[in-house]
Design a protein around this ligand. Structure first.
Ligand code: HEM
Length: 169
């Protein structure tokens, strides 16, 4: 059982954090540089491949399995273990990942949904976007850029702490 939890935790955590960091550091800047021509590819990624539900599901399983591993490693959240450098490392890392998940569910996912819906409406109508739509897209893209960096920072911090916690003593 512990082995299954560990495998789920590490494999899905790697996919989740890696994808969020890749999107913030490479995909989003490239899409911005290409401009409107990147719209159909991003639409296919979000609507066709359903990236957002995949990310949310893998984030939820990572956090749930992590909480169960933490419960087991700490002997039921024993204060002595939780207050040790290793306990602080795992729980701070876990907290950063939970904040990343909450940010993703409450902010990133709805914003990405709005961008995808607006782009899809425009593509279906086959007419150029109105000035209001251009302004709205620019506002949503700027917000998404900031949220993406914040999420990537939180998950990079969580992964870093997961990597070192065992060696903190
Ligand atoms: C970005 C999300 C996360 C990633 C990428 C991640 C990654 C990892 C990795 C690679 C390990 C193995 C470390 C080692 O063996 O030295 C690990 C272990 C662990 N993680 Fe996470 N983790 C994440 C989120 C969480 C969360 C949210 C929690 C708790 C709520 C958590 C709790 C733990 C615990 C307790 C262990 C030690 C398990 C053991 O030794 O059996 N992790 N994590």
């Amino acid at each position: 059982m512990l082995l299954v939890l560990r495998v789920l935790h590490i494999v899905l955590g790697t996919f989740w954090a890696g994808t969020i960091i890749f999107m913030a550091a490479f995909l989003a800047p490239s899409a911005r540089a290409v401009g409107p021509a990147a719209g159909p590819m991003m639409g296919q990624l979000m609507q066709g491949r359903k990236l957002t539900p995949w990310l949310i599901a893998s984030g939820c399983v990572t956090v749930l399995a992590g909480a169960m591993l933490l419960w087991h490693a700490s002997g039921g959240f024993q204060p002595e273990w939780m207050g040790s450098p290793m306990g602080i490392g795992y729980s701070t890392g876990g907290l950063l990942a939970i904040l990343g998940l909450l940010l993703g569910v409450t902010q990133n996912a709805p914003t990405a949904q709005k961008i995808a819906a607006l782009t899809a409406r425009r593509t279906a109508a086959a007419t150029p976007p109105t000035p209001e739509e251009v302004a709205e897209l620019q506002r949503l893209n700027a917000k998404m850029g900031l949220l993406g960096k914040l999420g990537a920072g939180l998950l990079a911090g969580a992964t870093f702490l997961m990597a070192i916690a065992r060696y903190l003593g």
